[in-house]
Design a protein around this ligand. Structure first.
Ligand SMILES: Cc1cc2nc3c(=O)[nH]c(=O)nc-3n(C[C@H](O)[C@H](O)[C@H](O)COP(=O)(O)O)c2cc1C
Length: 246
Protein backbone atom coordinates (compact mmCIF):
# COMPACT_ATOMS: atom_id res chain seq x y z
CA UNK A 1 0.00 0.00 0.00
CA UNK A 2 1.32 3.49 -0.75
CA UNK A 3 1.30 6.59 1.43
CA UNK A 4 -1.70 8.17 -0.30
CA UNK A 5 -3.93 5.12 0.02
CA UNK A 6 -2.84 4.74 3.63
CA UNK A 7 -3.82 8.33 4.31
CA UNK A 8 -7.22 7.88 2.64
CA UNK A 9 -7.95 4.77 4.68
CA UNK A 10 -7.08 6.52 7.92
CA UNK A 11 -9.79 9.15 7.49
CA UNK A 12 -12.13 9.86 10.34
CA UNK A 13 -14.07 13.03 10.97
CA UNK A 14 -12.58 15.31 13.62
CA UNK A 15 -14.96 17.31 15.80
CA UNK A 16 -12.54 18.69 18.41
CA UNK A 17 -9.59 20.91 17.52
CA UNK A 18 -6.62 22.40 19.41
CA UNK A 19 -6.17 26.18 19.43
CA UNK A 20 -3.27 25.85 17.00
CA UNK A 21 -3.87 27.95 13.89
CA UNK A 22 -3.88 26.72 10.33
CA UNK A 23 -1.29 28.89 8.60
CA UNK A 24 -2.21 31.01 5.55
CA UNK A 25 0.27 28.87 3.55
CA UNK A 26 -1.49 25.68 4.62
CA UNK A 27 -4.88 27.14 3.75
CA UNK A 28 -3.56 28.24 0.38
CA UNK A 29 -2.21 24.73 -0.34
CA UNK A 30 -5.55 23.23 0.69
CA UNK A 31 -7.53 25.56 -1.59
CA UNK A 32 -5.11 25.04 -4.49
CA UNK A 33 -5.44 21.27 -4.02
CA UNK A 34 -9.23 21.74 -4.17
CA UNK A 35 -8.88 23.71 -7.40
CA UNK A 36 -6.87 20.87 -8.94
CA UNK A 37 -9.82 18.47 -8.79
CA UNK A 38 -11.45 17.31 -11.99
CA UNK A 39 -14.32 19.56 -12.98
CA UNK A 40 -17.12 18.98 -15.46
CA UNK A 41 -16.28 20.72 -18.82
CA UNK A 42 -13.83 22.86 -16.83
CA UNK A 43 -16.81 24.79 -15.47
CA UNK A 44 -15.27 25.01 -11.98
CA UNK A 45 -18.82 25.59 -10.83
CA UNK A 46 -18.14 26.13 -7.13
CA UNK A 47 -16.99 28.83 -4.75
CA UNK A 48 -15.44 28.52 -1.33
CA UNK A 49 -16.19 31.04 1.40
CA UNK A 50 -13.82 31.09 4.38
CA UNK A 51 -15.62 32.32 7.49
CA UNK A 52 -13.16 34.38 9.55
CA UNK A 53 -15.70 36.67 11.24
CA UNK A 54 -16.37 35.33 14.76
CA UNK A 55 -19.95 36.52 14.97
CA UNK A 56 -20.82 35.08 11.58
CA UNK A 57 -19.17 31.82 12.65
CA UNK A 58 -21.31 31.65 15.80
CA UNK A 59 -24.41 32.31 13.76
CA UNK A 60 -23.51 29.52 11.32
CA UNK A 61 -22.78 27.14 14.23
CA UNK A 62 -26.21 27.90 15.66
CA UNK A 63 -27.94 27.52 12.27
CA UNK A 64 -26.16 24.19 11.75
CA UNK A 65 -27.92 22.75 14.80
CA UNK A 66 -25.61 24.18 17.49
CA UNK A 67 -22.55 22.27 16.31
CA UNK A 68 -19.93 23.91 18.54
CA UNK A 69 -16.99 22.84 16.39
CA UNK A 70 -18.32 25.10 13.62
CA UNK A 71 -17.66 28.07 15.91
CA UNK A 72 -14.43 26.70 17.37
CA UNK A 73 -12.50 25.20 14.44
CA UNK A 74 -9.52 27.28 13.30
CA UNK A 75 -10.89 27.24 9.74
CA UNK A 76 -14.46 26.97 8.54
CA UNK A 77 -15.15 26.85 4.82
CA UNK A 78 -18.54 26.98 3.13
CA UNK A 79 -18.55 25.08 -0.15
CA UNK A 80 -21.04 26.52 -2.61
CA UNK A 81 -22.30 25.19 -5.90
CA UNK A 82 -21.87 28.20 -8.17
CA UNK A 83 -23.59 28.80 -11.51
CA UNK A 84 -23.50 32.58 -11.10
CA UNK A 85 -19.97 32.84 -12.51
CA UNK A 86 -20.88 30.53 -15.41
CA UNK A 87 -23.94 32.68 -16.18
CA UNK A 88 -21.87 35.88 -16.06
CA UNK A 89 -19.28 34.37 -18.44
CA UNK A 90 -22.01 33.40 -20.93
CA UNK A 91 -23.57 36.87 -20.79
CA UNK A 92 -20.27 38.38 -21.89
CA UNK A 93 -20.95 36.79 -25.28
CA UNK A 94 -24.72 36.47 -25.59
CA UNK A 95 -27.42 39.06 -25.00
CA UNK A 96 -30.58 37.06 -25.48
CA UNK A 97 -31.90 34.75 -22.78
CA UNK A 98 -30.45 31.27 -22.95
CA UNK A 99 -31.48 28.16 -21.01
CA UNK A 100 -31.42 29.12 -17.34
CA UNK A 101 -28.07 28.18 -15.84
CA UNK A 102 -29.78 26.50 -12.92
CA UNK A 103 -31.41 23.66 -14.86
CA UNK A 104 -31.19 20.14 -13.46
CA UNK A 105 -28.07 19.03 -15.33
CA UNK A 106 -26.13 22.12 -14.26
CA UNK A 107 -27.38 21.73 -10.70
CA UNK A 108 -25.82 18.26 -10.69
CA UNK A 109 -22.62 19.55 -12.31
CA UNK A 110 -22.19 22.36 -9.78
CA UNK A 111 -22.98 20.16 -6.78
CA UNK A 112 -20.59 17.44 -7.94
CA UNK A 113 -17.88 20.02 -8.72
CA UNK A 114 -18.18 21.48 -5.21
CA UNK A 115 -17.99 18.01 -3.66
CA UNK A 116 -14.97 16.91 -5.70
CA UNK A 117 -13.08 20.10 -4.85
CA UNK A 118 -14.00 19.76 -1.19
CA UNK A 119 -12.84 16.17 -0.97
CA UNK A 120 -9.49 17.17 -2.54
CA UNK A 121 -9.25 19.83 0.16
CA UNK A 122 -10.08 17.28 2.85
CA UNK A 123 -7.32 14.95 1.70
CA UNK A 124 -4.84 17.81 1.37
CA UNK A 125 -5.66 18.92 4.92
CA UNK A 126 -5.29 15.39 6.27
CA UNK A 127 -1.95 15.02 4.48
CA UNK A 128 -0.79 18.08 6.46
CA UNK A 129 -1.74 16.37 9.74
CA UNK A 130 -4.96 18.35 10.07
CA UNK A 131 -8.43 16.97 10.68
CA UNK A 132 -11.71 17.84 9.00
CA UNK A 133 -15.42 17.37 9.32
CA UNK A 134 -18.01 18.19 6.70
CA UNK A 135 -21.04 20.15 7.92
CA UNK A 136 -24.26 19.37 6.08
CA UNK A 137 -25.98 21.17 8.96
CA UNK A 138 -25.65 24.44 7.02
CA UNK A 139 -28.56 23.18 4.90
CA UNK A 140 -30.84 23.21 7.97
CA UNK A 141 -31.68 26.82 7.13
CA UNK A 142 -30.03 27.38 3.74
CA UNK A 143 -32.00 30.56 3.01
CA UNK A 144 -30.59 32.26 6.11
CA UNK A 145 -27.07 31.02 5.29
CA UNK A 146 -27.47 32.36 1.74
CA UNK A 147 -28.64 35.71 3.15
CA UNK A 148 -25.76 35.96 5.63
CA UNK A 149 -23.16 35.10 2.96
CA UNK A 150 -24.86 37.33 0.38
CA UNK A 151 -25.07 34.50 -2.12
CA UNK A 152 -26.51 35.64 -5.45
CA UNK A 153 -29.04 33.56 -7.42
CA UNK A 154 -27.27 30.58 -8.93
CA UNK A 155 -25.17 29.93 -5.81
CA UNK A 156 -26.18 27.67 -2.94
CA UNK A 157 -24.33 26.37 0.14
CA UNK A 158 -23.76 22.62 -0.30
CA UNK A 159 -21.94 21.99 2.98
CA UNK A 160 -19.41 23.49 5.35
CA UNK A 161 -16.07 22.06 6.44
CA UNK A 162 -14.20 22.52 9.72
CA UNK A 163 -10.42 22.22 9.52
CA UNK A 164 -7.85 22.26 12.30
CA UNK A 165 -5.32 20.33 14.34
CA UNK A 166 -7.09 17.28 15.85
CA UNK A 167 -7.59 17.29 19.61
CA UNK A 168 -9.11 13.82 19.65
CA UNK A 169 -8.34 10.42 18.22
CA UNK A 170 -11.68 8.92 17.32
CA UNK A 171 -12.00 5.33 16.19
CA UNK A 172 -12.26 4.89 12.43
CA UNK A 173 -15.88 4.36 11.52
CA UNK A 174 -16.18 1.04 9.68
CA UNK A 175 -17.71 1.01 6.21
CA UNK A 176 -20.04 -1.37 4.39
CA UNK A 177 -18.31 -4.54 3.21
CA UNK A 178 -16.69 -3.99 -0.17
CA UNK A 179 -19.06 -6.49 -1.84
CA UNK A 180 -21.90 -4.29 -0.65
CA UNK A 181 -20.75 -1.32 -2.71
CA UNK A 182 -18.82 -2.88 -5.60
CA UNK A 183 -20.25 -5.15 -8.29
CA UNK A 184 -19.14 -6.14 -11.74
CA UNK A 185 -21.15 -5.50 -14.88
CA UNK A 186 -24.54 -5.19 -13.25
CA UNK A 187 -26.21 -4.05 -10.06
CA UNK A 188 -26.72 -6.86 -7.54
CA UNK A 189 -29.92 -6.29 -5.53
CA UNK A 190 -29.54 -9.83 -4.17
CA UNK A 191 -26.35 -8.79 -2.35
CA UNK A 192 -27.79 -5.75 -0.64
CA UNK A 193 -29.37 -7.23 2.48
CA UNK A 194 -26.43 -9.54 3.12
CA UNK A 195 -24.13 -6.51 3.19
CA UNK A 196 -26.53 -4.57 5.41
CA UNK A 197 -26.72 -7.43 7.94
CA UNK A 198 -22.93 -7.80 8.01
CA UNK A 199 -22.50 -4.06 8.39
CA UNK A 200 -25.17 -3.79 11.09
CA UNK A 201 -23.00 -6.04 13.28
CA UNK A 202 -19.79 -4.09 12.63
CA UNK A 203 -21.60 -0.78 13.16
CA UNK A 204 -23.14 -1.91 16.44
CA UNK A 205 -19.70 -2.96 17.79
CA UNK A 206 -18.19 0.34 16.66
CA UNK A 207 -20.97 2.33 18.34
CA UNK A 208 -20.63 0.36 21.59
CA UNK A 209 -16.87 1.15 21.67
CA UNK A 210 -17.33 4.77 20.65
CA UNK A 211 -20.05 5.47 23.21
CA UNK A 212 -18.53 3.37 25.99
CA UNK A 213 -21.52 1.08 25.89
CA UNK A 214 -24.19 3.80 25.82
CA UNK A 215 -25.37 3.10 22.26
CA UNK A 216 -25.33 -0.03 20.16
CA UNK A 217 -27.32 1.31 17.26
CA UNK A 218 -27.00 -0.62 14.01
CA UNK A 219 -26.52 1.09 10.65
CA UNK A 220 -30.00 0.20 9.40
CA UNK A 221 -31.51 1.58 12.63
CA UNK A 222 -29.49 4.78 12.17
CA UNK A 223 -30.77 5.06 8.57
CA UNK A 224 -34.36 4.60 9.75
CA UNK A 225 -33.90 7.39 12.31
CA UNK A 226 -32.32 9.62 9.66
CA UNK A 227 -35.20 9.05 7.22
CA UNK A 228 -37.56 11.05 9.44
CA UNK A 229 -35.14 14.01 9.57
CA UNK A 230 -34.98 14.90 5.88
CA UNK A 231 -34.43 18.50 4.76
CA UNK A 232 -37.69 18.72 2.85
CA UNK A 233 -37.26 22.49 2.38
CA UNK A 234 -34.39 22.07 -0.12
CA UNK A 235 -36.42 21.91 -3.32
CA UNK A 236 -38.24 25.16 -2.63
CA UNK A 237 -35.06 26.85 -1.42
CA UNK A 238 -33.15 25.79 -4.54
CA UNK A 239 -35.90 27.10 -6.78
CA UNK A 240 -35.86 30.49 -5.03
CA UNK A 241 -32.05 30.50 -5.29
CA UNK A 242 -32.24 30.16 -9.08
CA UNK A 243 -31.88 26.39 -9.46
CA UNK A 244 -35.02 25.60 -11.42
CA UNK A 245 -34.42 21.89 -11.87
CA UNK A 246 -36.01 21.82 -15.34
C1 LIG B 1 -21.82 16.10 3.00
C2 LIG B 1 -21.54 15.70 4.44
C3 LIG B 1 -22.18 16.37 5.47
C4 LIG B 1 -21.88 16.06 6.80
N1 LIG B 1 -22.45 16.79 7.79
C5 LIG B 1 -22.06 16.61 9.07
C6 LIG B 1 -22.52 17.48 10.09
O1 LIG B 1 -23.31 18.42 9.88
N2 LIG B 1 -22.04 17.27 11.35
C7 LIG B 1 -21.15 16.29 11.66
O2 LIG B 1 -20.76 16.17 12.82
N3 LIG B 1 -20.71 15.44 10.70
C8 LIG B 1 -21.13 15.58 9.42
N4 LIG B 1 -20.63 14.77 8.42
C9 LIG B 1 -19.67 13.71 8.75
C10 LIG B 1 -20.28 12.32 8.62
O3 LIG B 1 -21.15 12.10 9.69
C11 LIG B 1 -19.13 11.30 8.60
O4 LIG B 1 -18.30 11.54 7.48
C12 LIG B 1 -19.67 9.87 8.51
O5 LIG B 1 -20.41 9.54 9.66
C13 LIG B 1 -18.52 8.87 8.40
O6 LIG B 1 -17.63 9.03 9.50
P1 LIG B 1 -16.10 9.40 9.29
O7 LIG B 1 -16.01 10.63 8.44
O8 LIG B 1 -15.56 9.62 10.68
O9 LIG B 1 -15.46 8.22 8.64
C14 LIG B 1 -20.95 15.02 7.10
C15 LIG B 1 -20.34 14.34 6.03
C16 LIG B 1 -20.63 14.66 4.73
C17 LIG B 1 -19.92 13.94 3.61
Amino acid sequence: MNETINLLKQHRSIRKFTNELVSPEQLRDIVEAAQSASTSSNMQAYSIIGITDKELRSKLAELSGHQVYVAEAPVFLVWCADLYRYDQAIKLHKDEETEPAGMTENFIVATVDAALAAQNAAIAAESLGLGIVYIGGIRNDPAEVARLLELPKGVYPVFGMCIGVPDQEPLRRPRLPLEGVYAENRYRPDKVLEAVHTYDHAHRSYMISRSQGKSGITWSEAMEAKASRNRTHMREFLSRQGFHLK
